[in-house]
Design a protein around this ligand. Structure first.
Ligand code: ADP
Length: 672
């Protein structure tokens, strides 16, 4: 596996992170952005709608004001043309006209009504104020003189109002209330009066042209402003809690209004904010937006009012309390936000579950690959049967991993098999080597034996003849000496013995060198009988060494072998055992029926309790001429014994322990 797969993926790039982003981005980023844009758009539209509404309100108020002016004008005009007026003018009674004017003033709800002549002199008036201080050169009057009736707004000074009636001057007087945001001023009161000023041409008796002039003071004219307000703001045109307001401004001072100050007092004498004043009065613009009115925010409309001179002398205002709209707006936004949060909360878990359904299998796949990389070939994703692409990939991966695991298992098996075979071969090789070594050793021994045999045979023959000559001459000397030989009989006996011994050694040497020449005829023998005969031969040696002899006859089988040879082997082994027990001991001769390699046979054990042998001695005892008995040993006994036994298809083996004793075992096949 490459490092690249094992390397951990940075969190920002992981599929999990990206899927979560994809799942949550629309809900938590895109949707809020869209919502924000929509709310802003809606807010703009909402404000536009409010502007449109306030504009409509202003139009109604303006129309009402125009109608008031128009009505006033038409009523005065009608009065001038009426029969009552003509009759009063023509009446000889000088009180008739003033009475008519006073009656009409009251009927028309005017504050003053007078007749002025061409020069401006007041001919009659209601109330009666024939004071010369009244100004009659107003543009409205000038227009009426030119036969054009005109009704407009004019501003009367306090003195002018006082000249008409002191109570008018008093009604006009309004104390200024300090108002936040208003333009700074030195004044403490407004004394001027805003008047609906109407003039219409009329005729006196004899056709003398005069002007009929009427006026209504608007300062503190609460009926007037309440009517406007009622007209514009019927209850159903505004939401609950909102409140319509209307105001007439003289300059920037509220001279008549239904805007309330604290404790329900009307806000007369308060002033408009500097901003509105600048826009409406100074620049002559219509103000259509939110404005701080006295003590609260109102959606407001202000438009300038011009007098008969064309000067901007005041403002008409309508407006309604903004707070209910704002709270309705906030409530709506809150509902939208709450709805959004609810939808997000409800949908986010669903999106997360969907995203999870995608990335969880991917994580399982990654985890499985990591486990496989760290050696767990049995790791599987174990995802349920594929329903989608990722599931199919995972199932496919499981399949591939299964194949890899199977291949791995096979490889391991092959590897084990290979190792087993190598071990087998190695073992066989070791065996072969050992055999080779044994064979080589055998070969060397055979070569050595062959050479020794050749030499020994030659030497034995060479010795045999002199020994025969010596024996013959000894016999001659004995017969020559005759009876006197008795004198040297010990010497003769010793010579006989030694010559016999030489003959024996030579015979043994020849037997070793050319055993086949010495092979006698073979017969069936009971081993126990041969053992008993052999013991007879060595009886004197056994007695000398105080050795206890135990015989254990345990075979009924017969062997096929030359009797002398078998006797020779047993005698040789018994003599060796006697030598090994110089201080005495026990010699055991045991026979048993034993099959070897599926071949029927028997064993003859010759066991002693003597000195035993060290391992390195035991290895070499069957080598010819190996002896530890320097004086009396030839080292040929065991070598010849083995040759004789093996020639009959038997075997000879040894077990020994230093200090405890030795057991030689002869196995011979049963005679068939
Ligand atoms: P020899 O008896 O002439 O030495 P052998 O071939 O009979 O020759 O024996 C070789 C050697 O094996 C002996 O010298 C002796 O060291 C050892 N050996 C044989 N039999 C015994 C035994 N029973 N106990 C201890 N050593 C033995």
């Amino acid at each position: 596996m490459s490092d690249a797969t094992a390397r951990s993926v940075p969190p920002g790039r992981s599929i999990r992170f990206r899927l979560l982003l994809i799942a949550l981005l629309p809900t938590f980023v895109v949707l809020p952005l869209l919502l924000a844009v929509a709310i802003m758009q809606w807010n703009q539209k909402f404000n536009d709608t409010l502007s449109l509404k306030i504009n409509g309100d202003l139009i109604i108020a303006r129309q009402y004001l125009a109608r008031v002016l128009d009505n006033t004008g038409r009523h005065i005009e009608a009065l001038g043309l009426s029969a009552r007026f003509r009759d009063a003018v023509n009446s000889d009674d000088p009180t008739t006209l003033p009475r008519l004017l006073e009656l009409s003033r009251q009927e028309l709800d005017l504050d003053f009504l007078y007749i002025a002549d061409e020069r401006g002199d007041i001919l009659s008036s209601a109330p009666d104020f024939a004071a010369p201080s009244i100004r009659t050169e107003w543009p409205v009057i000038a227009s009426a003189r030119m036969d054009v009736p005109w009704t407009t707004i004019d501003i009367f000074s306090n003195e002018e109002l006082a000249a008409i009636a002191p109570e008018l001057a008093e009604r006009a007087r309004i104390e200024l209330v300090p108002t936040p945001n208003a333009a700074p001023t030195e004044r403490s009161e407004e004394t001027r009066g805003m008047v609906v000023h109407s003039a219409t041409p009329a005729r006196l008796r004899g056709g003398q042209p005069v002007v009929l002039v009427g006026g209504q003071l608007l300062n503190q004219n609460l009926d007037f402003i309440d009517t406007i307000n009622d007209l514009v703001y019927r209850t159903e045109t505004l939401p609950d809690g909102s409140q319509g307001t209307a105001t007439l401004f003289l300059d920037d001072v509220r001279v008549t209004t239904n805007v309330r100050l604290f404790e329900g007092r009307r806000a007369l004498g308060t002033r408009v904010s500097n901003a509105v004043r600048g826009a409406a009065l100074d620049e002559g613009r219509v103000w259509l937006e939110s404005a701080f009115v006295v003590n609260d925010w109102y959606i407001s409309a202000y438009e300038p009012i011009t007098d008969s001179y064309g000067r901007r002398v005041g403002m008409l205002y309508v407006g309604f309390l903004e707070a209910p709209f704002t709270s309705a707006k906030y409530a709506t936004v809150l509902i939208i936000l709450a709805a959004f949060v609810a939808v997000a909360m409800a949908s986010a878990p669903i999106f997360l579950r969907w995203a999870g359904a995608i990335f969880r299998p991917l994580e399982r796949v990654t985890a499985t690959i990591s486990r496989v990389e760290s050696g767990d070939l049995g790791a599987r994703t174990d995802l349920p049967q594929a329903r989608d692409e990722i599931g199919r990939v995972a199932n496919h991966l499981d399949g591939l991993l299964g194949q890899i695991q199977e291949r791995d298992r096979q490889l391991r098996e092959w590897n084990d098999e290979l190792n087993r075979r190598v071990d087998e071969r190695t073992h066989e090789l070791q065996l072969a080597n050992r055999q080779l070594e044994a064979t080589t050793k055998q070969l060397i021994v055979s070569e050595k034996l062959a050479a020794i045999g050749e030499i020994t045979a030659g030497v034995a023959h060479e010795i045999n003849n002199p020994v025969a000559v010596m024996q013959g001459n000894l016999d001659v000397i004995r017969s020559v000496v005759g009876r006197r030989a008795i004198l040297a009989r010990t010497e003769f006996r010793l010579l006989d013995e030694q010559i016999h011994r030489i003959s024996q050694i030579v015979a043994k040497l020849l037997q070793f060198a050319k055993p086949e020449e010495f092979a006698g005829y073979v017969e069936r023998h009971a081993p126990d009988d041969v053992v008993a005969d052999s013991l007879l031969l060595v009886r004197h040696l056994l007695n000398k060494a105080a050795i206890e002899v135990v015989t254990d006859k345990g075979t009924t089988r017969l062997v096929l072998m030359n009797r002398t040879e078998l006797q020779q082997v047993i005698v040789n082994l018994v003599v060796n055992a006697i030598h090994a027990m110089p201080e005495g001991g026990r010699l055991t001769l045991r026979t048993r029926d034993v099959d070897l390699d599926d071949q029927r046979g028997l064993t003859i054990d010759i066991a002693d309790t003597g000195v035993g042998m060290a391992a390195e001695v035991m290895e070499r005892i069957f080598d010819p001429f190996f002896t530890t008995k320097r004086q009396e040993g030839t080292g040929l006994g065991l070598s010849i014994s083995r040759t004789l036994i093996e020639r009959q298809g038997g075997r000879i083996s040894v077990e020994s322990e230093p200090g405890r004793g030795t057991t030689f075992t002869i196995w011979l096949p049963e005679a068939s």
